[in-house]
Design a protein around this ligand. Structure first.
Ligand SMILES: [Cu+2]
Length: 447
């Protein structure tokens, strides 16, 4: 089924196009915090499965040992609405004898696109064929990597449901660390390397790149990049406030928002019973006798479903129910929000983070189609005071797109996203060189 634009009445903006048509596009350039860029490449070939990871068949397995000695393993599948879904994601830095499970499942939860003039809004995943718009990638679009064939459910062309559209590759990240040693001629330095997993999905005039970046230091960054082309049908700026694109002042591109949701199902050390904590710090003026202001950090245990708002000096972490690192500290992953413009126009986009108790029918943050009658359709309504035994993390990252002349043509990729960063998953930097492995805690210099 092709994108259904009937909901926009006489002004369809989700233009239906043949899959062979190349799309072009525009978007503001603003790299989301946490995204690291790099240009280096290396081969990412499927390796022989370790027995521990062999819970999906070879065709659906992604496994890569990165140059720093870290191995990421996961399974993938392709959902008829969510598109790429990564499952059973584990991280094994050098020095760990077995993979450490991080996530049970990681996927998009919605791309919500409301237009500023109030004429229309889109739920791209659940309503406009995001998954069916999977684009085939050429080898040059997956440099140094492997492109897997994806069978698209409910493909628009049922005779040809297979699309070579899933790229796995590696990319250089630049310095992982640098440290001057005790002697002037000894420098400890390493270049980081990331595993990248991505697809491109066309929705109307836009193409969305869904990128998952698994770093050799344990960080995972998920980004959606909007590219393709500004919507041809959206140069009317019905509110008179769009941005003029092209000569003079006639063709005003209508401004709009892209509100992207991710759904993460953590399973640290293999258990979904993760604990949620929120940290807040307050800074107070110097007390008499102090030379500087004081900062106090406090933790709030989040035991019930949460509606969270990012702000300075606030962060959250998911804590393992069972696992500790070699220092005896509970393993956890910190949630690091990216740059966002929170859209206040809908109840579900009013907050940055939602943590809900697992319910198997709750798959999409808005316009959720899977639950029965009477069950609310959006994530904000699922936060209802239930105790968290199996918390599901929903992150909302918004971008207000006021088009600019540079958005044509094609539209430069605009990224939005966030990261999860290991906190005490290993006892030291997972990339620590062996000569420094003894320098843990309040160590004494050796003479
Ligand atoms: Cu846009």
């Amino acid at each position: 089924m092709r994108a259904n634009s009937s909901t926009s009445g006489s002004r369809p903006r989700r233009k239906v196009r043949a899959r062979t048509t190349a799309a072009v596009g525009v978007s503001l350039a603003a790299l989301a915090a946490g995204a690291t860029t790099g240009t280096g490449t290396a081969t990412a070939q499927p390796r022989d499965a370790a027995p521990a990871a062999a819970d999906c068949s070879a065709a659906y397995r992604i496994e890569k040992k990165l140059s720093g000695g870290t191995t990421w393993r996961m399974c993938w599948r392709y959902d008829g609405k969510a598109g790429l879904v990564l499952e059973k994601i584990s991280y094994q830095p050098k020095g760990e004898t077995k993979p450490i499970r991080v996530l049970n499942s990681a996927r998009l939860g919605q791309i919500h696109v409301p237009y500023d003039d109030g004429s229309v809004e889109y739920d791209d995943l659940t309503g406009f064929g995001f998954a069916q718009g999977l684009m085939p990638l050429k080898a040059t679009e997956c440099p140094g990597g492997t492109i897997k064939s994806v069978k698209v459910p409910e493909a628009w062309d049922p005779q040809n449901p297979n699309v070579k559209g899933l790229c796995t590759t590696t990319r250089a990240r630049g310095h992982a660390y640098r440290m001057q040693g005790d002697t002037a001629n000894k420098v400890y330095a390493a270049q980081g390397q990331d595993l990248l997993v991505y697809t491109v999905n066309q929705v109307g005039w836009y193409e969305y790149m869904t990128e998952w970046r698994f770093q050799d230091d344990g960080t995972v960054t998920m980004n959606v990049g909007a590219t393709g082309s500004l919507s041809y049908d959206d140069y009317d700026a019905g509110d008179g406030r769009g941005w003029p694109i092209g000569k003079g002042d006639r063709a005003k591109a209508t401004s709009h928002s892209h509100n992207v949701f991710w759904r993460l199902d953590f399973a640290l050390d293999g258990s979904t019973k993760n604990r949620v904590e929120q940290y807040d710090s307050t800074v107070s003026a110097p007390a008499s006798g102090d030379r500087a202001p004081r900062t106090r950090t406090s933790v709030t245990k989040v035991t019930k479903e949460l509606t969270g708002d990012a702000k300075a000096y606030r962060w959250w972490r998911m804590v393992s129910a069972t696992g500790k690192n070699k220092d005896g500290h509970a393993r956890s992953y910190e949630i690091v929000p990216g740059v966002t413009t929170k859209y206040p126009g809908r109840s579900y986009t009013k907050h940055d983070l939602y943590v809900t108790e697992y319910d198997k029918c709750e798959k999409f943050a808005t316009h959720n189609p899977g639950c029965g009658n009477g069950h609310p359709k959006s994530v904000d309504k699922w936060v209802g005071g239930q105790a968290l035994k199996h918390p599901i993390t929903w992150m909302n990252v918004g971008f207000h797109h006021i088009a600019r002349d540079e958005d044509q043509q094609p539209m430069p990729v605009h990224w939005q996203g966030f990261s999860i960063v290991p906190r005490d998953v290993t006892a030291m930097n997972p990339l620590t060189p062996s000569e420094l492995a003894w320098q843990n805690g309040h160590w004494q210099p050796r003479s």
